[in-house]
Design a protein around this ligand. Structure first.
Ligand code: ZN
Length: 270
């Protein structure tokens, strides 16, 4: 029921804007061996660990997590499979910056242009602080950068499962969580159901769905409970201020994962 309402609501929002032409937001790609002229990149697969950490997301996403370190560089990487029509409710990260990579496309992101920099004070209808989301259709293999403080989320627009890779890198303002990754692993470990193996995926429990929202602020995250809790408008024309990228940092992370997967001992993942 809940899922159906959510899907219908998003569908309605999308239908409202079907007449508009979609602007494709592609993160400007620095010239490197990863980049082609079209802005696409080939991401490596999730760091190969002996025991992969498999977790279930609040919208039925299947996540395979790894938190890796190379010197001072720490990041959490998750490969995921997003069921058709699904995605998380709008949320805000206060301690991490994030990259998204849809190997096959089919995913539409949305992000606010307004920053909400106080975890105690997320957008609120009663305060008149709900904001606009801008739709960002993802092109296959073109990464999109999402910095801290923006309301954001995504949806699988297709009728089939689609892969989506996430990378979270702690912002310098993050407190020192045990994994040093800005609290993402700690958050998922605390609230998500474990997947014993991909042939036995549990149903999402209401308890865990609730925990994703209630526990989030401890990890510097505001997680809304319904789609329009933080948002009151959707636009397709993306403002210049949202066209940010951070490809030098991203390249460093991709290189570290490739080194790890090739057997380097300089990079550790857990
Ligand atoms: Zn996020």
């Amino acid at each position: 029921m809940f899922k159906q309402v959510r899907r219908d609501l998003l569908g309605l929002l999308l239908i409202c804007f079907l007449g508009s032409s979609f602007l494709f937001f592609t993160a400007p790609i620095a010239q490197s061996k990863d980049a082609s002229m079209s802005g696409t990149m080939d991401f490596p697969s999730v760091p190969k660990m002996e025991k992969p950490v498999l977790l279930l997301g609040p919208a039925g996403e299947h996540f395979s997590f790894a938190t890796c370190q190379k010197g001072d560089l720490v990041f959490t990487w998750a490969d995921s499979t997003i069921p058709p029509g699904m995605g998380p409710m709008p949320h805000i990260h206060h301690y991490t910056n994030e990259w998204f990579y849809a190997a096959e496309g089919g995913i539409e992101l949305f992000s606010s242009a307004v920053d909400f920099d106080n975890v105690e004070n997320p957008p609120d209808a009663a305060k008149g602080t709900r904001t606009t989301a801008y739709l960002i259709p993802m092109q296959a293999k073109v990464p999109v950068y999402g910095p801290k403080f923006h309301v954001h989320g995504f949806n699988n627009q297709d009728k089939v499962e689609r892969p989506l890779t996430f990378i979270w890198k702690p912002d310098p303002i993050s407190p020192p969580f045990p994994y040093k990754d800005g609290g993402i692993r700690e958050y998922f470990d605390a609230v998500a159901q474990k997947i014993p193996d991909m042939d036995h995926i549990p149903a999402i429990s209401d308890v865990n769905r609730g925990l994703f929202g209630s526990e989030a602020p401890k990890y510097g995250i505001n997680q809304s409970f319904y789609f329009l809790q933080y948002l009151n408008h959707v636009e397709t024309e993306i403002p210049e201020t949202l066209k940010h990228s951070s490809n030098a940092e991203l390249k460093e992370i991709l290189d570290a994962v490739r080194e790890y997967n090739a057997g380097s001992k300089e990079v550790t993942c857990r």
